[in-house]
Design a protein around this ligand. Structure first.
Ligand code: DX5
Ligand code: ZN
Length: 219
């Protein structure tokens, strides 16, 4: 059983204090930092790009789990790698050659993640599962924090677990969107080992990050 890790999303952080917010996450026991990059084209929101990631990475020893909700994504992979992304997760719909984009990330010696939107089935990535490090299951439609969890995506996690067993392949299963203290247990039971959370971590229990991270890890 893989160790449960928490990857807080800075989308819900105080953007006027991002450096300090990352320090708070580090002190609160975060396992990595989830950076939601949005381009206003692939998703109807616009957040941060390579210069901000580069500045934040300088002050943190944590892994940067960078979720690229941008398209076309292939030509930007290099820039996010150079900015300091440790895990680069892309959406299959955002590249016209998923195999090439996976190879590009691997050539840059970064971990490769593929993200599936709620309506996208596991089938489209089955052939790549042996090559990647992580599958990011979206439990909301990408674009905004604070949305309602979509429990139907848990079936995809169970399907991925089954494939892992049948083919004896090992990749992390990360879930992102609307995660709270109730549904985190369902996600872990289904087989997720990395939980992304923004709202619950920054807003619950008067913003007690350490407490919120611990509560999310409880099975
Ligand atoms: C959506 C984002 C969010 C974010 C988590 O595109 O990826 O899922 O990371 O947001 P919360 O935890 O506030 O739902
Ligand atoms: Zn995300």
């Amino acid at each position: 059983m893989k160790k449960i890790q928490i990857s807080p999303s800075i989308l819900s952080a105080d953007f006027s204090q991002l450096g300090n917010e990352i320090k708070r996450l580090e002190e609160g026991g975060a396992d990595m930092i989830h950076v939601d990059v949005m381009d206003g084209h692939f998703v109807p929101n616009l957040t941060i790009g390579p210069p901000v990631i580069k500045a934040l990475k300088k002050n943190s020893s944590l892994l940067f789990d960078v979720h690229l909700m941008i398209s076309p994504v292939h030509k930007y992979i290099q820039a996010y790698s150079e900015a300091g992304a440790d895990i680069i997760t892309i959406h299959p719909e955002a590249t016209n050659d998923l195999k090439l984009s996976i190879l590009k990330i691997k050539d840059l010696k970064k971990k490769v993640g593929i993200s599936l939107n709620p309506e996208t089935g596991v089938n489209i990535i089955k052939e790549f599962l042996h090559q990647i490090d992580l599958v990011l299951i979206m439990s909301v439609n990408p674009g905004f924090g604070g949305q309602k969890f979509m429990p139907e995506v848990l079936e995809k996690i169970k399907e991925l677990k089954k494939i892992q067993k049948e083919k004896n392949i090992n990749f992390d299963i990360e879930i992102d969107g609307g995660i709270n203290f109730e549904n985190s247990k369902l996600a872990i039971e289904a087989g997720a080992n990395i939980l992304v959370s923004g709202t619950t971590i920054f807003k619950s229990n008067d913003g007690d990050i350490k407490k919120n991270i611990e509560l999310l890890k409880l099975k």
